[in-house]
Ligand binder design. Structure first.
Ligand code: NAP
Length: 257
């Protein structure tokens, strides 16, 4: 087991389940202590904390709805109090969108998706960047989606939010590179999580047939990329968008493999 993140402290939103949980556990396996940030699923977050502690790392659960900037600030303060600091920030929390054309999207629904999937990332970075800037080091990872490249019809609010997360992260990378802070995007394709299952329930499993590697990705596989980018192995990488999708985007752009 590589311990390239020994001594680092990570703050991961949406870590009670799915991709965030996979990232939190992978960071812990690589040696990091982890603050598990959740919205509603306190028991699930507590279970992730127990899994991390079983790996011999420190962990804490902190609750915050990422739409509420004060709640996010309190969660970051709670994480720093519990772990002693933060060097790795992962803005992962997100929700899918209803499948409908833009002219049918209710403005209130649009706002909800943007508030969670985009403004929630802003709140997470706004609450943590002062800490990283003060210590003149740190790594930021945001989780967008290959939906930002596909921009498939009927996904307007989600596609718009994820495109914006890519742009925001590159902007933050440029603003903070002089301080030695790196920021990159992980853009997954279809991953087997509650959100992924919801897509299959809605659209059927044809989506799996469009993946050249023939299966959904796993939260662990996203976690391994997060470890690489957060560790010294990724020390010269910033302002990049990393697609990890079993080949789906490349196949879509070039025709079938
Ligand atoms: P998931 O299984 O549905 O888990 C979502 C996580 O986000 C949960 O921990 C949830 O917390 C948290 N969350 C949701 N709304 C929140 C809010 N308002 N405030 C704070 N936390 C909130 O989703 P996932 O598949 O792991 O997706 C994680 C990220 O990856 C999302 O940004 C998603 O867009 C992106 N992504 C997913 C896929 C995929 O195929 N699954 C593909 C590309 C990108 P609670 O458990 O406490 O509710």
């Amino acid at each position: 087991m590589s311990e390239g993140l020994a001594g680092k402290r990570a703050f991961v939103t949406g870590a009670s389940r799915g991709i965030g949980r996979g990232i939190a556990l992978a960071l812990a396996r690589a040696g990091a202590d982890v603050a598990v940030c959740y919205r509603r699923e306190a028991d699930a977050a507590g279970a992730v904390v127990a899994e991390i502690e079983a790996l011999g790392r420190r962990a804490c659960a902190v609750g915050a709805d990422v739409r509420d900037v004060d709640a996010v600030r309190s969660a970051v303060t709670g994480a720093v109090d519990a772990l002693g600091g933060v060097e790795v920030v992962v803005a992962n929390a997100g929700v899918p969108t209803r499948f409908q054309p833009l002219h049918e999207v209710d403005p209130g629904y649009w706002q909800r998706v943007i508030d969670i999937d985009l403004t929630g990332v802003f709140h997470t970075l706004h609450a943590t960047l002062p800490i990283l800037r003060e210590q003149r080091s740190g790594v930021i990872l945001t989780i967008s989606s290959v939906a930002a490249d596909f921009c498939g019809g009927n996904g307007g609010p989600y596609n718009a939010a994820k495109c914006a997360v890519n742009g925001l992260t590159i902007t933050v990378a440029r603003e903070n590179a002089p301080l030695g802070i790196r920021a990159n995007v992980i853009a997954p394709g279809f991953i087997a999580t509650d959100m992924g299952q919801g897509l299959i329930d809605q659209h059927g499993d044809a989506i799996l047939g469009s993946i050249p590697l023939g299966r959904a990705g796993t939260p662990d596989e996203i976690g391994e990329l997060a470890v690489y980018l957060a560790s010294e192995a990724g020390s010269w990488i910033t302002g990049q968008v990393f697609r990890i999708d079993g080949g789906a985007l490349g196949a879509s752009a070039r025709g079938a493999f």
